[in-house]
Design a protein around this ligand. Structure first.
Ligand SMILES: Nc1ncnc2c1ncn2[C@@H]1O[C@H](COP(=O)(O)OP(=O)(O)OP(=O)(O)O)[C@@H](O)[C@H]1O
Ligand SMILES: [Mg+2]
Length: 495
C-alpha cells in the first residue's frame, strides 16, 4: 500500500521532499489541492518566503497528516484550494473543528470567489485568489502563519481563540507590539494574561531579546527589590556577588511584571522612577544602568479601584496603563469553551500518551453550561483530569468533575422521563421529527455538520416546545439558569 509519506506528492524532488514520519519543520505550510500550475506556483512562493510547503491531494491525506503529527507542530498554516479539492468547504469545516486553532485559508482562482468567501462561513480564517502576489502572501503568512503557533509561547503552548473580542484584542496587541508602549493586562485569574504577554513579546521586534517574567506577589518586599533592580556585592549581609536584576536581564527584550497590584507602595515609588528614568540603580550599586526594556504588567484586580483605595499609586497606574488590555472571562467567550476543550484534549492525549478518547455529546453540553470561575486555567485542569479519569470510550460528564445541574437532569430524563431529551448524531438529511412516533419525537436528530451553536439553539427550542413554553421548567431540564435561558433567547431573537 502506498502511504502519504512514501508517495512523491509533488515534483520536482526539491519542491516538497517526501517526509519521514516525525516532527515537521517549524515554518510549515500544508497545501491541499490538485497539482496544477497555480498551486505549484504558490508552493514555490511559500518557499521563497522561507516556509516549506507540503502538497497533499485531498481530505484524507491532510487529515492523516495532521493526526500523525498531533503531538508536534502539525502545520503552521493550511491552504485549501477550493476548486480542486472535492467537498472543500466540508473539509474546511471539519479541519477547523477537529484541529482547533489551526489557521486554514481558502484559495481559489479568479472566478470561484463565492466558494472562497463561503469558506469563511465554515471556519476559514481568510481567503485569497490565485495567483497571489508576493506582498499579499507575505501579509497572509504574517497574520496567520505564525500567529498562534509560536514555539516560544512556551513548551508547545499555543494561543487559541475563536472569539471575536479576543481576536480584536490580539490585533491590537499586535499593533502595539510594534511600539515600545507599556502595556497593562487586566483580567480574572486564569484568563491568559501571561500567555498574552508572551504573545506580545513574540510578535514584537524585540523577540530576539529575552522575555523575563517576575511575580510581584511571590516575594517579600526587600527580596523583590533586589530581584527587580539587582544588587551590588556587599550591599547587604549575604550579598556575596553582584546580582543582575530582572530589569537588567530583560535588557533588549520584555519584562513581565505579574500581579503588579501586590507590590508595596514603597517599591511602587522605586518602580515609577525606573520607568521614568529608563535606568536602574542596583541596591548598593555605584552608578545607574541604562535600560532598553518594554514593560508589560498584569493584574487580576481592578487596578483603578486600588488607586481609589490608596493601595496603588495613581502616577504609576497612568505610567503602566499606557495601553490597557482587558481580557474577558471565559464565560463571556462561549465559542472558546469548546475550542479550548478540544485543544487541551488533543494536547493531553498526546502528552499523556492516552487513547484518543473524544468528549461525549453530553460532556460537551456540560462544558458549555459551566461558568468557569477559574477560566482557562480551570478548563485546562478539568480536561487533563477528565482524560485521566475516563475509563470508557468517551469522556463522560462525570469525568469532568464539575458541579453543574445539567448532568443530573439530562441524565435522569434521558433514562426514560417523559420529557426525555437526547441528542443523537445521525446521518445527514434525516427528516427532522417528521412522521415519527411519540417517543421518537422526543429525541433530537442532528445531522453531522450541525454547529454547536445550532445544536444549542435547537435543543433549547425543542425543550421549550416540549414543556409548552414554560421557561422555568425548560431551564431546569436544560440545567441552565432562567437568566441564561432568557439571554440566549434574546440573542437568537436579535440574530
Ligand atoms: N487562549 C488560550 N489558548 C490556549 N491556552 C490558553 C489560552 N489562554 C490561557 N491559556 C492557558 O491557560 C493557562 C492560564 O493562562 P495564564 O497563566 O496566561 O493566565 P493568567 O491570566 O496569567 O492566570 P493567573 O491570573 O492565574 O496568573 C495557561 O496554561 C495557558 O497556557
Ligand atoms: Mg498569571
Amino acid at each position: 500500500m502506498t502511504t502519504m509519506m512514501d508517495r512523491q506528492t509533488y515534483p520536482p524532488p526539491d519542491a516538497v521532499a517526501a517526509r519521514p514520519v516525525g516532527p515537521v519543520k517549524d515554518q510549515h505550510v500544508v497545501l491541499v489541492g490538485g497539482q496544477e500550475e497555480p498551486l505549484l506556483e504558490l508552493a514555490s512562493q511559500f518557499r521563497a518566503l522561507g516556509v516549506s510547503p507540503l502538497l497533499l491531494a485531498d481530505a484524507s491525506e491532510i487529515k492523516q497528516h495532521l493526526r500523525q503529527h498531533l503531538s508536534h507542530r502539525p502545520a503552521s498554516l493550511v491552504v485549501v484550494d477550493v476548486e480542486t479539492v472535492r467537498n472543500a468547504l466540508e473539509l474546511i469545516r471539519e479541519l477547523t473543528f477537529l484541529f482547533r486553532g489551526l489557521p486554514v485559508l481558502a484559495a481559489a482562482c479568479r472566478g470561484s470567489v463565492t466558494d472562497a468567501r463561503e469558506a469563511i462561513d465554515v471556519g476559514a480564517a481568510d481567503y485569497f485568489l490565485l495567483p497571489v502576489d508576493e506582498e499579499k502572501l507575505a501579509g497572509l503568512w504574517g497574520s496567520f502563519g505564525n500567529q498562534y503557533f509560536d514555539p516560544e509561547l512556551g513548551r508547545g503552548r499555543r494561543l487559541i481563540t475563536n472569539d471575536e473580542q479576543m481576536r480584536r484584542i490580539l490585533m491590537q496587541v499586535r499593533r502595539v507590539s510594534q511600539t515600545n508602549a507599556t502595556v497593562l493586562i487586566q483580567g480574572e485569574s486564569g484568563t491568559g494574561k501571561e500567555l498574552i504577554a508572551r504573545f506580545l513579546h513574540q510578535v514584537s521586534n524585540r523577540n530576539k531579546g529575552p522575555f523575563i517574567a517576575i511575580n510581584c506577589a511571590a516575594l517579600p518586599e526587600n527580596l523583590l527589590e533586589s530581584e527587580l533592580f539587582g544588587h551590588a556585592k556587599g550591599a547587604f549581609t549575604g550579598a556575596m556577588v553582584d546580582h543582575k536584576g530582572k530589569f537588567q536581564q530583560a535588557n533588549g527584550g520584555t519584562i513581565f511584571l505579574d500581579e503588579i497590584s501586590e507590590m508595596s507602595l514603597n517599591l511602587q515609588a522605586k518602580l515609577l522612577r525606573v520607568l521614568q528614568e529608563r535606568e536602574v540603580d542596583p541596591v548598593g550599586g555605584r552608578s545607574p544602568i541604562a535600560l532598553d526594556v518594554r514593560v508589560v504588567a498584569s493584574t487580576n484586580r481592578e487596578l483603578r479601584q486600588w488607586v481609589d483605595h490608596g493601595k496603588f499609586r495613581e502616577d504609576l497606574f497612568y505610567r503602566l496603563n499606557v495601553f490597557p488590555v482587558h481580557l474577558p472571562p471565559l464565560r463571556d467567550r462561549p465559542k472558546d469553551v469548546l475550542q479550548l476543550s478540544e485543544h487541551f484534549r488533543v494536547r493531553f492525549v498526546a502528552e499523556l500518551g492516552r487513547n484518543n478518547i473524544p468528549f461525549s455529546n453530553l460532556s460537551l453540553t456540560a462544558l458549555q453550561a459551566y461558568d468557569w470561575p477559574g477560566n482557562i486555567r480551570e478548563l485546562e485542569n478539568v480536561v487533563h483530569r477528565a482524560l485521566l479519569m475516563a475509563e470508557g470510550r468517551e469522556i463522560q460528564p462525570e469525568d469532568l468533575m464539575i458541579d453543574i445541574p445539567i448532568i443530573a437532569s439530562v441524565r435522569a430524563s434521558a433514562q426514560g422521563g417523559s420529557t426525555a431529551v437526547q441528542i443523537a448524531l445521525s446521518e445527514p438529511n434525516q427528516p427532522l421529527l417528521a412522521g415519527v412516533d411519540e417517543e421518537e419525537k422526543q429525541r433530537l436528530h442532528l445531522p453531522v455538520g450541525t454547529t454547536v451553536r445550532e445544536m444549542e439553539e435547537f435543543l433549547i427550542f425543542r425543550t421549550l416546545d416540549e414543556v409548552n413554553g414554560n421557561r422555568t421548567r425548560a431551564a431546569e431540564l436544560l440545567g441552565i439558569s432562567i437568566r441564561t435561558l432568557r439571554n440566549k433567547l434574546n440573542e437568537y431573537a436579535a440574530r
